[in-house]
Structures are given as structure tokens and as C-alpha cells.
Design a protein around this ligand. Sequence first.
Ligand SMILES: [Zn+2]
Length: 268
Amino acid sequence: MNATIFKFPSDIASLHSHIQNFHEFLLERGVVRDPREFSYKVTRPSERDFTMEVTNNVVEFNPIVLKQKKCSFEYYLSIIFHELVHLWVHNIPNKSDAKRVKSSFANVTMRQFDVEADTIVAWYLKEIMDFSLIKYYKLLIEGTRVFGDPEVSSGKVERFIGSLISTARLFVDTNSQNRLYRPTFYLPCLCNRFDASVPILVQYNGYHAIANRDMSNMDIDRLRGIYVNADEARLSEYGCVKDMVDFVAKVLELKIPLPVMRELSKMR
Ligand SMILES: [Zn+2]
């Protein structure tokens, strides 16, 4: 992996301008309406399990992941941005809020919020930080290598697959720079499968629908393997990204654009 390793604490200083740029992008696209002001700070690395914590108008980020495991600046930004979407867009800033969402509206609602946050972050990375689909998928692979957990629940695999599909749709959409563009969100349900067809909850233009798409057990096992980082020894970064691209092309019934294929083959 040739990503730049996040330098702690010197890179922290640039976080504020990234947060401001992300907020401006969301305001301009009409995703954020609330002009509420927050102040942002990075705490000392804490062993307590949180990435972001909000008290009144103060937002604190825990940089423990940078201390324990090396990750790139882009990767750290992407997890901070994900949390900020939970704060600014969803109004579920803290772990206790997410717990309340799960107990009130079931776990699947939180998965929808997570897919939405991942996709909105990918939208910014594409439009403002010049990310391609391949570069974004490499970032996801980095995430599996930082957070990969063999004990992961099937719900988290559903969310991972949902984010893969939603972000692929976003990266191949050619009108995503348009101010009126809205991403499409996909969340599959991997339980209750009687054949190869998997129901997917689709949110398009603010409306919900169900799509049924073919996903074999082999497809799902392969993606689960990538997500839990079980295949690191067997699968190269290229192998993982290729499996992800092949999978989304099949589910979205897409012909992958030539520049994406070229960038992928350069990874070999
Ligand atoms: Zn989340």
C-alpha cells in the first residue's frame, strides 16, 4: 500500500480546514441545513471506545487509532467525516444516541444511516478530493486492515456490501457534480434467502423501493472474507479491489467504464 502515513500530531492541524471544507460542500449541496456552530478538538489518545464524542457544542475526536495502528491521512479523514455526517445530518452524534436508534427503530435503521454516511463521504472525496472508485476501494481495504474483525456480525457485512454498491453507483454517475444530484443508497438483506436472489432496500431520490438481485453464497463469502481481512495472506490488494469491482458490476448490472478498468489493471 503506498498511502501516506498519518503523522501525529502535525497532520491534526490541517483537520480543521478539512472539516470546514466538508461542511461547506454539504451546505452547498443542500445536505446540511442546520447552521449550528460547533468547536472541534482532538483529545489525547484515549483507550475508551469512541471515535467522536459531542458534549453541548464541543466535538472531540479520539486519535487512538493513529497511535495503535498506522493509517493514512485520507483514511483517518474518512472516519472523521463519517462521524460528522452522523452529527450534522442524522443528529446521532454519540454511541449512546446510536444505541437509542437501534432500540427504538431496530438495527437495520442504524445500518441505513451508516450506508448513507459512507456514501456522502465518498461523494465529497470524489468531487473535492479527486478520488476515483479504485482509490476509494483501496481506502476501504485499508479500513478492513485497520478494523478487520473475524467475529463480525452479518449485519455489518450487509452494511459493508450496501456501502460498496452505493459508492460504486455514485462513482459511475456522471452527474454527481450537479448541485441537485442526490446519491442512491442500497442496503441488502442477507437473511431469509431461499435462492440466489437477495432483496435490497433502495433509496432513490428520497423514495424507497425493493430491488431483487442475484448474489451467490460465493460472492457473499468472498466479500465477507475481504471485510474481516481473512484473506490478506491469500489476496493481494489488487485481488480484493478486483473482486469488489466485479461484484458491484454484477449487482448494478453495469458495464464498468474503461478508465476504471485501466486504473484497476495498473494495480497488478
Ligand atoms: Zn457510523
